[in-house]
Design a protein around this ligand. Structure first.
Ligand SMILES: CC(C)(COP(=O)(O)OP(=O)(O)OC[C@H]1O[C@@H](n2cnc3c(N)ncnc32)[C@H](O)[C@@H]1OP(=O)(O)O)[C@@H](O)C(=O)NCCC(=O)NCCS
Length: 172
């Protein structure tokens, strides 16, 4: 069980009793528009239960709640890739809109990336893919030592609109 802390936030495993805060914070168009369609909209209680079951069960990935003010207000995770990509981890995150702009996700990314590079010696490369219309996420990654490695032109369609995907990477 991993728990990572700074003076403001705790990254810790999801728990069943996170359901209500998860649904309350995640059910938000401005979060959904920046994530893959696997992130549900509307974010129902059933969607929340499904996520919690997955996040708590999966042994091969590291999906953690971002806790501040005593509740889960977002999520951050690394999914470990397989086969020829097994030296890679893919980073993803979201935060309740009411907490945006306070440096919380930048703090969370630093904690998690340091943890992975320290404790998973096989992982050489951590990357994150973001939509071109998400400058806040690009800024988070730049602040945390990632650089823009590639732009995949017109590779995503979100909310009916084609967009480029930007791949940011940080090496061990
Ligand atoms: C992207 C997101 C995770 C950022 O979380 P956060 O805790 O607000 O991020 P931080 O406060 O650590 O940093 C945000 C940075 O982006 C900057 N920023 C915010 N909006 C911006 C914009 N429109 N253009 C440029 N920079 C912007 C902020 O000023 C800040 O940079 P600074 O510290 O240099 O001032 C959050 O907005 C979110 O959950 N968005 C929806 C889901 C999402 O996009 N997930 C990532 C998918 S790749």
């Amino acid at each position: 069980m991993v728990t990572l802390t700074s003076n403001r936030i705790t990254l810790r495993p999801w728990r069943e009793d996170d359901l209500h805060s998860l649904v309350r914070h995640a059910d938000n168009f401005n979060i959904w528009i920046n994530l893959r369609d696997g992130f549900p909209r509307p974010y129902t209680e059933q969607a929340g239960r499904d996520w919690l079951k997955m996040a708590m069960d999966l042994k091969s990935n590291l999906f953690l709640a971002i806790e501040t003010d005593g509740e889960a207000v977002g999520g951050i995770g690394i999914s470990f890739k397989e086969d020829v990509y097994r030296k890679n981890g893919e980073l993803g995150y979201w935060l309740s809109e009411q907490y945006w702009g306070r440096g919380i996700v930048s703090e969370a990314v630093v904690l998690l990336v340091d943890h992975v590079f320290t404790n998973y010696p096989d992982i050489l490369r951590i990357y994150a893919n973001l939509f071109s219309f998400n400058p806040a996420s690009a800024r988070v990654l730049q602040k945390c030592g990632f650089h823009l490695e590639a732009i995949h032109k017109n590779s995503v369609i979100k909310n009916g609109q084609l967009a480029d995907e930007h791949c940011y990477v940080r090496f061990r």
